[in-house]
Design a protein around this ligand. Structure first.
Ligand code: ADP
Ligand code: MG
Length: 265
C-alpha cells in the first residue's frame, strides 16, 4: 500500500460565501485514535460529512487504504470500511431499535451479503450491548431519549465493523457516568477489544467531542480547527498549552480546553 492509511489533502467546502472547511490536510495511521476539536462553527461536522460523502467537497482529495475515495457515494465509503455517526441522527422511528442498527448491514450493496440475517442480527445486538441499550432492542426508535439516540448512532456505525470510525459528539446528551463509560468503551473498541460477535480489529478513530475531559483521556492526538483551518495538531498535553488554541477558545467566549468539561468543542 502506498500513501497513508487515511488522508485528506487540501479539502475545501464552501457554503455560499462561507468557507466552512478551508484547504484542510492531515493523515491518520491505522493505529490512531484522534480527537477533533474547535469552537462552535469551526467546521468539524462539515469535515466529517465530507469524509462520509454526505457532502461533496469543492476541491481537495480523500484517500483511504491506498485508494482515492473522493468521488465515491456514501454506501461505497461504508463498503470500503469507513463508518460515521452524524450530529443529528434521524432514525427510522417506527422500526425497532435493533432494526435501525441492522439497516446498514443489510442495505443493498452492503458487504458480506452471504452471512445475512442471523449474523447480522447478532452483530446488531452486540453493537447495542456495546453502547448499553440492548434491553430496548425491540422498542421503536421513537422511544429513545436524545442521549440514547447518540448511542444508537454509535451502535449503527460499529456494527459495520469499520476500519475507520468517525464519531460526531458521541457523548452528547449522556450524563457524566454514562459519558465516561461510553468513552472507555470507544477506547477499548479501538484497542481491539472484542464485543461478542463483533470481531473488531480495533478501528482507527476520529472523534469530535466537546466533553474535553472525557475526550482527552482516551485520545492520543488532537487536531484543532478554527474557521475551517487546522490551527494545532499534537498530543492532548501539547494542544491545551498551545497559545493559538487557547486564543481560539477564549475568542469564541467558550471555555478553554484545560477548563470545564462543558467547554464547547
Ligand atoms: N448545510 C449548510 N449550509 C450552510 N452553511 C452550513 C451548512 N452546514 C454548516 N454550515 C456552516 O458552516 C460552518 C461550519 O459548521 P459545522 O461544520 O457544523 O461546525 P462545527 O461542527 O465545528 O460546529 C458554520 O458556520 C455553519 O453555520
Ligand atoms: Mg458540529
Amino acid at each position: 500500500m502506498t500513501g497513508p492509511f487515511f488522508g485528506v489533502e487540501r479539502l475545501t467546502k464552501r457554503f455560499g460565501g462561507l468557507t466552512a472547511v478551508n484547504e484542510v490536510s492531515f493523515t491518520l495511521a491505522r493505529e490512531e485514535i484522534v480527537g477533533l476539536i474547535g469552537p462552535n462553527g469551526a467546521g468539524k461536522t462539515t469535515l466529517l460529512r465530507l469524509i462520509t460523502k454526505i457532502l461533496k467537497p469543492d476541491s481537495g482529495r480523500i484517500v483511504f487504504n491506498g485508494e482515492e475515495i473522493t468521488a465515491l457515494r456514501p454506501w461505497e465509503v461504508v463498503e470500503r470500511g469507513i463508518a460515521g455517526t452524524f450530529q443529528n441522527m434521524r432514525p427510522f422511528r417506527h422500526l425497532p431499535i435493533i432494526a435501525n442498527v441492522m439497516v446498514p448491514l443489510v442495505a443493498p450493496r452492503g458487504r458480506r451479503r452471504g452471512e445475512w440475517v442471523k449474523s447480522v442480527e447478532a452483530k446488531a445486538m452486540d453493537a447495542l450491548e456495546f453502547v448499553g441499550i440492548s434491553d430496548m432492542a425491540l422498542e421503536p426508535a421513537s422511544a429513545l431519549s436524545q442521549g440514547d439516540l447518540k448511542r444508537l448512532e454509535v451502535a449503527r456505525a460499529i456494527a459495520t465493523e469499520p476500519e475507520l470510525l468517525l464519531l460526531d459528539e458521541p457523548l452528547g446528551g449522556l450524563n457524566p457516568a454514562e459519558s465516561e463509560l461510553l468513552a472507555k468503551s470507544i477506547r477499548r473498541l479501538h484497542k481491539g477489544g472484542r464485543f461478542g460477535r463483533l470481531h473488531s480489529e480495533g478501528p482507527a478513530v476520529l472523534m469530535i467531542e466537546h466533553k474535553l475531559k472525557e475526550l482527552m483521556s482516551i485520545v492520543d492526538r488532537v487536531i484543532v480547527v478554527d474557521y475551517g483551518e487546522i490551527i494545532a495538531d499534537g498530543s492532548p498535553a501539547e494542544v491545551v498549552k498551545n497559545p493559538k488554541v487557547i486564543e481560539a477558545y477564549l475568542g469564541s467566549s467558550h471555555e478553554a480546553p484545560g477548563g470545564s468539561e462543558h467547554a464547547v468543542a
